[in-house]
Design a protein around this ligand. Sequence first.
Ligand SMILES: [Zn+2]
Ligand SMILES: [Zn+2]
Length: 138
Amino acid sequence: MKTTEISCLCGAVKVQLNGEPVTQFYCHCDDCQAASGGAYIGIAIYPSDAVTVTQGELTAWTLKTLPRQRCAICGTHMIAQVPGLAECGVMANLLPTGTFKPEFHIQCQYAVLPVKDNLPHFKSFPASFGGSDEIINW
Ligand SMILES: [Zn+2]
Ligand SMILES: [Zn+2]
């Protein structure tokens, strides 16, 4: 099975990802905006049991509902366990160059910087996430 190792920016924490992500996307929600300081972030979703901390210590911090796991030393936001689901979001900026292949955008109702690309732009979430499946046209 393919394994991918990601590291925080100071190198203290290493996380191993087994296999391929379930899905990959950009999230424009106000929670991600506030937590990252950016307009949107890239996320790769892995099954929770495919994500293992192999070195160092993560500390959890929650802005609203999503517990974001950060390096206890440098504060790099690395992963986020989705509450109630056996799925874990991995910050795409930590993935090896070229491996992040987003399939769509979510939570575009909060977007402060519309992205004009050829991917679907969901107003909230796609139906497969339990959302309205409604598309925004930018
Ligand atoms: Zn670190
Ligand atoms: Zn978000």
